[in-house]
Design a protein around this ligand. Structure first.
Ligand code: NI
Length: 150
């Protein structure tokens, strides 16, 4: 595994719509492992592939205190969202910036696993917020966009 350099604002790569994964090979697995290592090294709870210069639709998350519940989502897509809840937000790509962002309280997501199988996941509260933040990265959206929008 390798730790990857983090791309920071205002790099244009953070504003690109990332590409769907269509080939589920060992490169995808390597990227996910490297992203997890990078996330843990940076003491973050989520990371999206565009943040390491790879404009592909992959996110990794671990909100556990013990940092022992890693998971990854390939081609994640929100199929249902409801409610709204504000959490303090921050981002490795926006060092030193903090702000409260209102996001859906509950999410239903479809995604692929490493073999290309399509799975579904339900998340709520902080987990929903983190996943929503990371999926935003795949669409070129940063949390400061919400702050600017009021
Ligand atoms: Ni972020």
């Amino acid at each position: 595994m390798a730790e990857l350099p983090i791309i920071t604002f205002p790099d244009d790569n953070l504003r690109i719509i990332s590409k769907e994964i269509t080939v589920f090979d060992s490169n995808v697995k390597t990227l996910i492992n490297d992203m997890l290592e990078t996330m843990y090294k940076m003491n973050a709870i989520g990371l999206a592939a565009p943040q390491v210069g790879c404009n592909e639709r992959i996110i990794v998350v671990d909100i556990s205190k013990e940092k022992n519940k890693p998971f990854y989502l390939i081609n994640p897509e929100v199929i249902h969202s409801s409610g709204g809840i504000k959490f303090p937000d921050r981002c490795l790509s926006l060092p030193g910036i903090y702000g409260d962002v209102r996001r859906p309280e509950r999410l239903k997501i479809k995604y692929n696993d490493l073999f290309g199988n399509q799975l579904k996941l339900e998340a709520e509260e902080i987990m929903a917020s983190v996943i929503h933040h990371e999926i935003d990265h795949l669409n070129g959206v940063l949390f400061i966009d919400y702050l600017l929008a009021g």
